[in-house]
Ligand binder design. Sequence first.
Ligand SMILES: Nc1nc2c(c(=O)[nH]1)N[C@H]1C(S)=C(S)[C@@H](COP(=O)(O)OP(=O)(O)OC[C@H]3O[C@@H](n4cnc5c(=O)[nH]c(N)nc54)[C@H](O)[C@@H]3O)O[C@H]1N2
Ligand SMILES: Nc1nc2c(c(=O)[nH]1)N[C@H]1C(S)=C(S)[C@@H](COP(=O)(O)OP(=O)(O)OC[C@H]3O[C@@H](n4cnc5c(=O)[nH]c(N)nc54)[C@H](O)[C@@H]3O)O[C@H]1N2
Ligand code: SF4
Ligand SMILES: [Mo]
Length: 772
Amino acid sequence: MDTLAAVNDLGKPWRYEEDGLTVTRTAVWSPPGCHPVGCGLKLYTKDNKLIRVEGDENHPVTQGRLCVRCISLKDYVYNKSRITYPMKRERQYRGQADKWERCTWDEAIDIIEKNYREITAKYGRESIILFAGTGREGGTLNPYGSMMLGTPNYTYTQSGYACYVPRLAGTAYMLGVTYPEIDYAGGLPGRYDDPEYQVPEVLVLWGKAPLESNGDGFFGHAVIDLMKRGTRLIVVDPRVNWLASRADVHLRLRSGTDAALGMAMLNVIISEDLYDHDFVKYWCYGFEELAERVKEMPVEKAAEITGIPADKIVEAARMYAAATPAALQWGLAIDQKANGMQAGQCIVALMAITGNVDVPGGQILADINFGLNEVGFGIEEGVGKELMDKMIGLDKYPVYCNTILNAHADMMLETCETGKPYPIKFGFYAGNNLMSCTSAEPKRWHDALVKTLDFCFTIDCFMTPSAEATCEVFLPLAAAAEEDGVSFTHYSGSPVTTNFMNQAFTTGEALSDIEACFKVGKRLNPHMFEEYQDYHDFIDHLRLSRKLRFEEAKKEVTIQRDVKYYKYETGDLRMDHSPGFNTPTGKVELYSTVFEQFGEDPLPYYEEPQYSPVNTPELLAQYPFVLTTGARTFAFFHSENRQVPYCRELNPDPLLEINPKTAKRLGIANGQWCEVWNQFGSAKLKAKVSEVVDEQTIHAQHGWWFPEEEGSEPNLYGTFRSNINNLVPNFHTGKLGFGAPFKCLLCNVRPLDENLDTDMNEIWEKFKREDQ
Ligand SMILES: Nc1nc2c(c(=O)[nH]1)N[C@H]1C(S)=C(S)[C@@H](COP(=O)(O)OP(=O)(O)OC[C@H]3O[C@@H](n4cnc5c(=O)[nH]c(N)nc54)[C@H](O)[C@@H]3O)O[C@H]1N2
Ligand SMILES: Nc1nc2c(c(=O)[nH]1)N[C@H]1C(S)=C(S)[C@@H](COP(=O)(O)OP(=O)(O)OC[C@H]3O[C@@H](n4cnc5c(=O)[nH]c(N)nc54)[C@H](O)[C@@H]3O)O[C@H]1N2
Ligand code: SF4
Ligand SMILES: [Mo]
């Protein structure tokens, strides 16, 4: 279990005094939005005010390194547009930014309770939708949905749950664990020099840009650490991102063709006999079938599909197979396509047949005692089986809904539009801004929600376009520096550290998600909270399963967790503690009996993106470019940080990357505003003319809105003007309901005559001045 020792090498206590300031050491999650990376911060305060932020050199993984979003924390917490008191507004004034009035927490909860009682009495608890976003503290583990609201319709509103869960589901079916993170010695006391550790000779980054994203609790700098120790990179990416430009091999594929590349690499490794015979023989199921299947994808065919030269595919396959160990990290780009599960299948098969699973320097797997199953969700109790059966989408996509206990995003949109099979009336945003970022066809969501919801509330640090359009109550959210809480790297799958957030100061009446959930939940569903004295007790239960006590453990700030290898030999991967993997056959299922049981092909296959130069050549005259979106940037976490001058000035405008030759042909200059459009919609972005993309590809940033602009309807902070999701359709998922084409569509681009800068810059400068 967790070792409460060894970490605080430099000997600093969790709180101390320095030069007249109080220093609080903490390891944060969100907000500002982030995944549970748990970077170490030193917060310097005086008289309950944040004076400055520094990286904490005591943290075993981050060792003082921080990204711009935590460095600029002061600008975030004291931003002029931050909301630090509860607010209310009459239903008739929805969409009117000047109609909000300050109120007390009690008053806000009274209003929420009154609506909750009235609406659930009339329409049942199934009429409640919880809008979930990415894995931030409040949304994760679902206490808001199951305990506070008791709704079966906890809904992450991105079409096809095209983020992380397709990866989790695929690995759960094939390996019996959650996402197998690469091993960067994060849990070992000696880190990279630990005798148990081996530096990977090769690291494959496939559709992932970890320096910018630090995705899913992985600290991106670990890749640099490894490169300094000799690790060579293979990068699979249509764009030349920073790491691709430093890779030994860059496989620059056409967006959306990953499964073809994966099958071809498997084919090379198998046909050239480069695989790990022992591991395949003893621990893999269905190797012969896989070998047969991937013969359908010879490298020449894959080269034609992906646009990567055949010899490069062979080179990469050989390099990966020859390395001992080799690590592979795959990212969001794989989830964001209908064929993503199959690409994921290829990737897991690559790891397995080369013998890199559960070995030092390869992929780390969660111990059966770890992982999300250690934490009580209270869902059965809070929602009840009868109601869970009413979850939207359960009939059509049972695998999706049951895997993550989430209503299906696309089906939910349809339900909000039609009121069928029952009406959705009560809404709550728990870390979601669907009109700017989360969802495809945001205007369609807007129209459906404005019409269907009788009541809606949110908890956030800032007003968002989504809340402005639909909410009656706004609850103020504490930033991570203002709260007590806990985070697990990688959401506790492949656990490396447990991190404690130590409250350093407070601002206004802002409360953390956990505290707010406790406070509001006690009113709405008191029986669910009876056994907790206060919210710290609730944290112990929710995050620590009472195995540790927050009040004690927080002093460690970060606890490294025991990483064990070769658990398939020791029985630590299976509930029954017998050797093997936690799958129906006890082996790594290259041929997935689970996929088969769900009516999916048990083996990987390639399918063209729904709209692509190959699949829909008839559309090419109108939409000649391949569109990929949303590659992460350092300055922003999704739709956040646009208010923070420090971040915004690194990336002032929504950018569209276009190759110099394409730009020249279309008459587009660097920095010129453009319109990008396709059969689903259009958006206005600013051209960044760059070799980062090839001539056929356009890349557009996501998550744009303008907090400095008019908030009232119809402008809603300009959220629909530059929103690239106007071009992304719903209902284009894979067979099991997972995946959506956020990173593989067609589009066209044209230069705009109007120069939007003139007005926009003036508004921004005024906003910024008032903030200082
Ligand atoms: N700064 C910052 N960090 C974030 C976020 C944020 O908004 N900002 N968001 C967080 C969230 S929720 C997530 S899910 C993670 C995602 O983070 P990552 O998993 O790293 O994903 P992305 O940055 O979206 O894309 C990674 C790379 O995929 C490439 N790519 C695009 N299309 C394709 C394709 O078809 N195939 C392949 N192989 N590559 C492709 C892009 O060019 C990009 O370089 O980041 C998290 N971290
Ligand atoms: N075109 C395109 N669209 C995409 C993507 C893409 O790559 N391309 N990526 C998609 C992906 S992977 C994801 S995960 C979604 C993300 O979508 P969301 O997770 O919905 O992200 P945001 O739109 O930033 O909205 C989050 C809101 O939560 C607030 N917030 C931040 N931290 C916390 C917290 O701890 N608690 C609470 N209560 N609120 C908090 C923020 O202030 C913000 O207003 O976007 C998706 N949208
Ligand atoms: S990755 Fe997240 S936690 Fe770490 S410094 Fe950046 S914003 Fe802060
Ligand atoms: Mo995500």
